[in-house]
Design a protein around this ligand. Structure first.
Ligand SMILES: NC(=O)c1ccc[n+]([C@@H]2O[C@H](COP(=O)([O-])OP(=O)(O)OC[C@H]3O[C@@H](n4cnc5c(N)ncnc54)[C@H](OP(=O)(O)O)[C@@H]3O)[C@@H](O)[C@H]2O)c1
Length: 346
């Protein structure tokens, strides 16, 4: 199979391509966040100091930033955690911890007791179809039921850009995200839904893997044409959207697509990443078909791997950018430019 080089260099063989991706080791899940913000819009007089917020997925990459932002605003937080040993940060930030799992409805009923607002971040990106069903579809259904029964007044839900009626059958992740949006909207609980593009941040998510890939591989592999576009948002900025959605009443009942201030193609992304980090390596375009062969290998590895056939399908499907300016004009939050995101990445 022939490989197209961008910027020159020898085309590596299939085995070398596999090695590039095996070198792209997983990022560590941790987070940090920001500070109190602008006061545009209406704020609930019943929320804030009294309104206990339940965060699911608070031990994850995005969750760490969201919890930190909420605590930075002095909002009371309870985290649903599967393993208390992974909850050192939320505990240190003064959060209440509720041991539980979204696949255990009893634990959800206990976790929502006395809760005013739920922020639901739990999702998986890899696994068998039945795991998406159990963790994302049934987990969200059971959480909504428990929340409704407990009189929860707001449900802030994390979806993902790309999830839509059109893509729901493309990969189980999009299918579950789409189904979750329908569940939340039909729940009868006042809601806010966010659909972000790629979330970048220090010490977690996919960006540290990309940085390692650029640093460690002799040429940077770009999947396919590299012309699809993304709109990465900085995790601390994303966390502010969630905190605002807890505090503002005028955003309830709405779904917002979220992105950063810059739209870049994958070609531009890799070029910028290497420029801001002083990495002098050529890039190489690798046909999606060849990547799929590699994914057959990498997706058998344990844990979250950076390359799966589903991920390739999502990538091939098209751009991952916002379709309107609603979030920008409604929240008016300052957003970190992509070059600064790449500079600050671990
Ligand atoms: N990262 C991105 O670029 C991005 C982009 C768009 C949307 N999102 C969405 O943002 C959310 C968070 O993503 P992330 O990148 O922070 O993922 P992550 O780092 O993998 O975190 C996932 C979180 O979910 C928890 N979790 C998983 N299964 C659970 C279960 N059965 N019961 C209870 N908790 C469970 C994990 O707990 P443990 O610590 O116990 O594993 C962890 O706290 C997801 O909904 C994702 O779809 C992310």
């Amino acid at each position: 199979m022939s490989l197209r080089l961008a910027g020159g260099g020898r085309a590596p063989g299939n085995r070398e391509v596999s090695r590039f991706f095996l070198l792209a080791v997983r990022g560590d899940l941790s987070g940090a966040g920001g500070e109190a913000t602008s006061k545009e819009g209406e704020r609930s007089d019943q929320k804030g100091a009294d309104g206990l917020i339940l965060v699911t997925g608070g031990t994850g990459f995005v969750g760490g930033h969201v919890v930190h932002e909420l605590r930075g605003r002095d909002l009371p937080v309870r985290c649903l955690v599967r393993d208390l040993r992974r909850a050192a940060k939320p505990a240190a930030w003064g959060c209440d911890l509720a041991e539980g799992d979204v696949t255990d409805p009893e634990s959800l009923r206990a976790a929502v007791a006395g809760i005013d607002t739920v922020i639901h971040l739990v999702a998986i990106r890899q696994g068998r179809r039945e795991q998406f069903q159990r963790i994302m579809v049934e987990g969200t259904r059971d959480l909504l039921t428990a929340a409704k029964d407990a009189g929860v007044r707001r449900f802030v839900h994390m979806s993902a850009l790309g999830a839509s009626e059109e893509t729901k059958d493309l990969v189980p992740y999009y299918g579950a995200k789409w189904e979750n949006e329908q569940q939340v909207q039909a729940s009868g609980i006042p809601y806010v839904i966010f659909r972000p593009s790629f979330v970048f941040g220090p010490g977690g998510g996919i960006l540290p893997t990309f940085v390692k890939l650029a640093r460690l591989t002799p040429v940077t592999p770009i999947i396919g044409s590299g012309r699809q576009r993304i709109q990465p948002i900085w995790a601390e900025d994303l966390a502010k959207y969630f905190a605002e959605a807890v505090e503002r009443d005028d955003v309830v009942g709405r779904l917002f697509e979220l992105g950063g201030p810059d739209v870049v193609s994958w070609n531009e992304f890799w070029e910028r990443l290497k420029r801001v980090r002083g990495i002098h390596r050529a890039s190489i375009h690798i046909p999606v078909g060849l990547m799929k062969v590699n994914a057959l290998l990498t997706e058998r590895l344990p844990g979250n791997v950076p390359l799966t056939r589903d991920l390739l399908k999502m990538l091939e499907h098209g751009d991952n950018v916002v379709s309107d300016q609603a979030a920008l004009s409604t929240f008016q939050l300052p957003l970190l430019p992509v070059d600064d995101q790449l500079r600050r990445a671990a």
